[in-house]
Design a protein around this ligand. Structure first.
Ligand code: TXA
Ligand code: MG
Length: 420
């Protein structure tokens, strides 16, 4: 099957009274019309959103939905998010719109948030993987809305990557993963946020963040007065009243089934580096620990004469980051680094010209300034993919404090490092 790319420039789209209009070249418009017909007739196709690209099919048709699982190689017990263009399309898909949900819809939709409701009978079990709840999202990306308005159906869509790979933030990423498997990719440019939406369960009295994203727990708390979080990386948000649902011992709190799978994993081993540990020649703390299951780099790690901080008794490994980096380079191991400009500048001063190894041997991708969690998040998945493309076997990636947007960034980075 040939995979065709339909280009729609979001800067040529605008909101009108009747919806979104886009100026599209004649050839792309002809393809777009065919793509809209195809998805109405049961096909799957990829489309852009402000978070990541989605792989969509008619959410009301079980057979079409099953094609998504097939194309992605996705486990069938992982439910899909249903995308709609307008708020009035939500009610038929759900049992009720609780007050809590209405508040969040008013505050954040359209935008990078997904709400989990009790589902109506209209939504097939294939979408929800057998759950009695359904996840719904209205993307803010103009091209996504243009597409959803033209299709005029609820569209079930996971991220448009092969299961387990980093989510795609450009049409090229989708093409790399799914060429030959789908007929159309709508190319609306690079995704603005680069991390998937915040998933919030609104079926109970208090909203529960099932997956952190760029809409933070604090923003939700400001709107609803209270918020709970699932998992170990949501507990340190900047608001001390933000509670961790798992620690609250509340067995009936729903989980997000997708969070249990290995995700965002590049071929390379990902090692986390704390920025403030670089440059002072103390043992550099990383959350890296030799992984006894990892055949590719385990031998390298144990051969390396790491400086170890004997005072710490926990399981976290302490390695001198620069020693580790130099050791990999000496052994001709392709190394990548995802970091801020400031981090990179500091690193350069640590290498001196007498060294036979050079910083230029490291494949460095800078995301911007050191406190810019937004840029770091936006570029993370693209960077992980680029590291695979250049054949990096080890990728050092800079951490962020686990608060605000740093919660979502660290959640994804820890998963990429096999620790989430
Ligand atoms: O930003 C996004 O959310 C992107 C774009 C394409 O919209 N989509 C996305 O889909 O990330 P996916 O399938 O990769 O992730 C959906 C997440 C999974 O963790 C899944 O388990 C959870 O949402 N989810 C879906 N339906 C659910 C439900 N009924 N209850 C709890 N979690 C649900
Ligand atoms: Mg995904």
């Amino acid at each position: 099957m040939e995979t065709k790319i339909i280009k729609i420039d979001k800067t040529n789209c605008y909101e009108s009274e009747t919806g979104v209009e886009c100026e599209i070249s004649e050839a792309d418009l002809a393809m777009f019309s065919k793509a809209v017909e195809a998805i109405k007739n049961g096909d799957v196709l990829a489309f852009p959103t402000e978070t990541v690209y989605g792989l969509g099919a008619n959410a009301l048709d079980s057979k079409s939905v099953l094609k998504i699982f097939e194309a992605k190689g996705r486990p069938s017990d992982n439910p899909l998010i249903v995308h709609v263009a307008h708020k009035d399309q939500i009610l038929p898909l759900v049992k009720e719109i609780p007050k809590l949900a209405q508040k969040l819809m008013d505050a954040f939709m359209p935008g990078p948030i997904t709400l989990v409701f009790k589902k109506s009978d209209k939504v097939p079990m294939e979408v929800t993987a057998g759950l009695e709840t359904v996840a719904i999202r209205i993307p803010s990306h103009v091209v996504a809305r243009y597409f959803l308005e033209r299709v005029n159906l609820p569209i079930a869509a996971p991220s448009a990557n092969i299961s387990g790979r980093p989510s795609p933030t450009s049409a090229n990423h989708v093409y790399d993963d799914l060429k030959g498997k789908i007929s159309y990719i709508i190319d609306g440019g690079n995704s603005d946020f680069g991390l998937e939406s915040t998933v919030v369960d609104v079926t109970g009295k208090i909203p529960v963040v099932l997956r952190p994203g760029s809409i933070t727990a604090n923003q939700i708390k400001l709107v609803c007065g209270d918020v709970l979080g699932i998992g170990s990386h949501t507990e340190n948000v900047d608001d001390s009243n933000y509670e961790n649902a798992l620690n609250q011992n509340t067995p009936d709190i729903p989980m997000s089934p997708g969070m249990k799978y290995r995700h965002y994993a590049p071929v390379a081993k990902v090692i986390l580096v704390e920025d403030n540990k670089l440059g002072d020649y103390e043992p550099y703390e990383t959350v890296c620990k030799p992984d006894t299951n990892d055949k590719t780099v385990l031998s390298l790690l144990v051969e390396i004469d790491c400086k170890t901080d004997k005072s710490r008794q926990d399981n976290i490994g302490f390695y001198d980051f620069t020693l580790l980096l130099k050791e990999y380079l000496k052994q001709n191991i392709k190394v990548g680094l995802y970091c801020s400009k400031e981090f990179c500048d500091k690193l350069i001063t640590i290498f001196d010209s007498s060294d036979d190894i050079k910083i230029s041997d490291v494949h460095i991708i800078c995301f911007g300034h050191e406190d810019d969690a937004k840029s770091a998040s936006k570029g993370l998945f693209a960077a992980l993919r680029e590291m695979d493309d250049v054949g990096a076997l080890v990728v050092f990636a800079q951490t962020f404090p686990v608060k605000g947007l740093g919660v979502a960034y660290m959640n994804r980075l820890l998963k990429a490092a096999g620790k989430g």
